[in-house]
Design a protein around this ligand. Structure first.
Ligand SMILES: Cc1ncc(COP(=O)(O)O)c(C=O)c1O
Length: 371
């Protein structure tokens, strides 16, 4: 069965490992195993003793308990460890949707949140986030119209990739109320939770707000550990959880043992890892704000409220053509908004990497040379 190209990953596969100056990464700066162990105060012998047999399909119980402890009302039994965060999106769509089931997806969206819903149900209504001067807004009246009786699933992602939007608590509760009144499921992708500019703005997890929420979380973004491929879903309903785990038997069966062991270490250092990422983003956002103020004719800057990325207006006929040219000619990588289903006059910037300042300075020299 046909599925569209995963435009974001196709683009990164082409450029990520050959372009020296990355300005659009969504993950935060990573660290070595030795650095991770030191940060968590863990003994390397723990890892050397690890046996490399199959692991439990639902995930290691101690690791599930550590993940559950990040929420207020979640039990270890509600957690399903994944082979990768990305797998959680696939499994959720497979477990919840039949062809023809109505789905509503917040757009623009990380490709699989939209494409897999379309692939499995074939009946997706998009709920576009609205640009405002200098920011973004949710159109809850539109959501009220889009979520009809019989809507099976609503898909959202906060903090949002690519806009960096974060609703207020009132907006978040109003959104959940709309979904709950229709009895729909809510897939809330919380991969960037913990990266709020101001921690007082951190939303409660949807898992702690709504019984029929399925929450996706993981260590790739906030914790800077995408190479671990560690992620989990929270699913309260046992029948849905079992159906999802059955799909998992067809994909990865169980999480990789070394990743589970390192994920358990990382969760012991949850706060220092998240704090390290937030500090990097804050410093890089300051640099970015200065940069965008110097290039108002080229960019329309909308600062993110949370997360590691922002979607920025680009005053060029085609952002796609511009980004390919920039990667080839200047060794600078930006992501065209079109990859994420947005218009072709926008680019995604990512602020979580340690080399952001040097990459931005390189890009600015390139812009000045062409002035
Ligand atoms: C919103 C969102 N969800 C899920 C994922 C998948 O995470 P991973 O690549 O770690 O599987 C990403 C990755 O960019 C993402 O941005």
């Amino acid at each position: 069965m046909h599925i569209p190209p995963f435009a974001t990953e196709v683009y990164f596969a082409q450029y990520e490992f050959t372009t020296p100056h990355i300005l659009c990464a969504s993950d935060c700066e990573t660290l070595s195993i030795a650095e991770l162990l030191a940060l968590a105060g863990a003994d390397p012998a723990e890892l050397l003793d690890l046996r490399l047999g199959y692991t439990e399909s639902q995930g290691n119980p101690a690791l599930r308990a550590a993940a559950a402890a990040l929420y207020t009302g979640v039990a270890p039994g509600d957690v399903v460890m994944l082979g990768a965060p990305e797998e959680g999106i696939y499994l959720t769509m497979r477990a919840l949707l039949e062809p023809g089931d109505p789905v509503v997806v917040l757009t623009p969206a990380y490709d699989s949140l939209l494409n897999l819903a379309e692939h499995v149900s074939g009946r997706v209504n998009r709920w576009p986030i609205r640009p405002t001067p200098g920011g973004w807004a949710l159109d809850l009246d539109n959501l009220e119209r889009l979520v009809a009786p019989g809507t099976r699933l609503v898909v959202v992602n906060f903090p949002h990739n690519p806009t960096g939007y974060l609703p207020t608590l009132d907006e978040f509760d109003a959104l959940i109320d709309i979904v709950a009144r229709r009895g729909a499921w809510l897939l809330c992708d919380e991969m960037y939770r913990g990266l709020e500019r101001d921690p007082v703005d951190r939303l409660p997890s949807a898992a702690d707000r709504y019984e029929r929420a399925i929450v996706l979380a993981g260590l790739s973004k906030t914790h800077g550990l995408p190479g671990l491929r560690a992620g989990w879903l929270i699913i309260r309903d046992p029948a849905t959880r079992d159906a999802l785990i059955n799909w998992k038997h067809y994909t990865t069966i169980c999480p990789p043992a070394p990743s589970e062991a390192l994920a358990a270490v990382a969760l012991r250092a949850h706060e220092p890892l998240a704090g390290r990422s937030r500090a990097l983003i804050a410093a890089n956002l300051e640099r970015a704000a200065g940069f965008f103020a110097r290039w108002p004719e080229l960019f329309d800057w909308r600062p993110p409220r949370a997360g590691s990325v922002a979607l920025v207006g680009l005053n060029r006929p085609s952002a796609t053509a511009y980004c390919h040219m920039l990667a080839r000619e200047a060794g600078v990588l930006l992501l065209p908004g079109s990859c994420l289903g947005y218009d072709d006059q926008s680019v995604r910037f990512g602020f979580g990497r340690a080399a952001f300042a040097a990459a931005l300075a390189h890009y600015e020299r390139h812009l000045e040379a062409g002035r």
